[in-house]
Design a protein around this ligand. Structure first.
Ligand SMILES: [Zn+2]
Length: 66
């Protein structure tokens, strides 16, 4: 997912109940900063998992006979 293409949405911060505009649902920037100060490495900007497994169907199990 390319985060730069997401449009900001109005979300209510689940921590301080402040309405804010951001691209993803979660704590507002202030809370993220506070959480990050308390728990370095934990309060990162959340991103949805965007892993799409490659569907490389290679017929390597199929016998290639002439
Ligand atoms: Zn907040």
């Amino acid at each position: 997912m390319n985060l730069s293409t997401l449009q900001p949405i109005t979300v209510t911060c689940p921590r301080c109940q402040t309405e804010t505009q951001q691209r993803l649902y979660g704590p507002c920037a202030n809370c993220v900063a506070e959480l990050y100060a308390k728990f370095p490495g934990v309060a990162r900007e959340m991103s949805t998992e965007d892993y799409v497994p490659k569907m490389n169907v290679t017929p390597n199990a199929v016998a290639t006979k002439d």
